[in-house]
Design a protein around this ligand. Structure first.
Ligand SMILES: Nc1ncnc2c1ncn2[C@@H]1O[C@H](COP(=O)(O)OP(=O)(O)OP(=O)(O)O)[C@@H](O)[C@H]1O
Ligand SMILES: [Mg+2]
Length: 244
C-alpha cells in the first residue's frame, strides 16, 4: 500500500475498505469503466438508428408495459410459457439460442416476447419486434433509390445486427417468394453472426416448416432453442373487461 493510501486509511472510519490498493488497480478500474462507457454508447447508437429508420422504438406502444410480472397465471400452460420465457431472458447474455412462440390468437405470444424485449432493453441490449408486413414495407421503401435515404443492403444489415430480432405474424398472409427469401436471408445472416432471432406465429410446427423451409428452422434451432406452444383460449376478452 503506498503512503498516500496509508495516510488516508488513518483518517477514514475503520469500516470503510478502500476500493483500490495501488495505482495499477486504479488504472485498470479506469480502463474497465472507459470500456463499459464506450460499449453503452455503441448500443445507444444502434437503438437510435432503428428508431430513426422505423420512426419508433424497438417495442410498440401497446406492449411497452408488458412484463413477466404482469403476465397472469390462470393455468399450467401460462405457468410453463412464463417460466421458460423468463429463463430465456435471464440467460440471454452470451447465448445464441433463438425462440419460436406459436399458437392461437390472444394467448400472450406478443406479451411474453415484449417482456423479454423490455427486460433486455433495460440491460442495454437493442431489440426489435417487427411484423413481416412492416419489415417488408420498410424494405420496399428503399426500392425508390432517389427518395430513400437508406439502401436495402444497409437496412438488411441493421436487421441482421440488432441483439435480438423478433419477427411477428409469420404466416398471417401468404408470403411471396421475395418475402420468404428476405426472412431466410435475415435469419441466415443472424445465425452466422451468432445473433438469436424470435418468431411469433399462429402456425404449428408442420406449417411453419413448410412455409419457411427446413434450412431456416434448422438455423433457428442452434444452441438451446426454445419452442413454446400457446394452445389455450384467448386472453383478449379479459383485457377489454379490465380496461372498461
Ligand atoms: N396471461 C396473461 N396475462 C395478462 N395479460 C395477458 C395474458 N395473455 C395475454 N395477455 C394480454 O392479452 C392481449 C393479447 O395478447 P397478445 O397480443 O400477446 O396475444 P398473441 O398471442 O400475440 O395473439 P395473436 O396471435 O393474435 O397476435 C395483450 O394485451 C396481452 O397483454
Ligand atoms: Mg401477436
Amino acid at each position: 500500500m503506498n503512503n498516500f493510501l496509508k495516510k488516508l486509511k488513518k483518517i477514514m472510519p475503520a469500516y470503510i475498505e478502500p476500493k483500490f490498493f495501488n495505482d495499477k488497480e486504479l488504472l485498470s478500474w479506469n480502463q474497465e469503466q472507459g470500456k463499459k462507457y464506450s460499449e453503452s454508447i455503441i448500443q445507444k447508437n444502434k437503438a437510435t438508428k432503428i428508431q430513426r429508420i422505423l420512426g419508433r422504438s424497438g417495442i410498440r406502444e401497446l406492449y411497452k408495459n408488458c412484463s413477466f410480472e404482469n403476465y397472469k397465471i390462470n393455468h399450467e400452460g401460462h405457468k410453463t410459457v412464463l417460466c421458460a420465457a423468463r429463463r430465456y431472458a435471464e440467460n440471454f447474455k452470451n447465448n445464441i439460442s433463438s425462440f419460436i412462440f406459436s399458437g392461437r390468437p390472444g394467448t400472450g405470444k406478443n406479451h411474453l416476447a415484449s417482456a423479454i424485449g423490455n427486460y433486455l432493453i433495460l440491460r442495454g441490449n437493442n431489440i426489435l419486434i417487427i411484423t413481416v408486413a412492416d419489415l417488408m414495407s420498410t424494405l420496399k421503401s428503399t426500392f425508390n433509390q432517389s427518395s430513400s435515404k437508406i439502401t436495402e443492403e444497409k437496412l438488411l444489415y441493421n436487421f441482421s445486427t440488432v441483439d435480438l430480432l423478433i419477427i411477428d405474424e409469420i404466416g398471417m398472409q401468404t408470403e411471396s417468394r421475395y418475402e420468404k427469401m428476405i426472412i431466410n436471408q435475415i435469419i441466415d445472416r443472424r445465425s452466422s453472426s451468432q445473433k438469436p432471432t424470435g418468431i411469433l406465429s399462429n402456425l404449428n410446427h408442420k406449417k411453419l416448416n413448410s412455409l419457411l423451409g427446413e434450412r431456416v428452422l434448422d438455423r433457428m434451432s442452434l444452441g438451446n432453442s426454445l419452442w413454446l406452444t400457446f394452445e389455450w383460449e384467448s386472453y383478449r376478452k379479459n383485457v377489454q373487461i379490465n380496461q372498461r
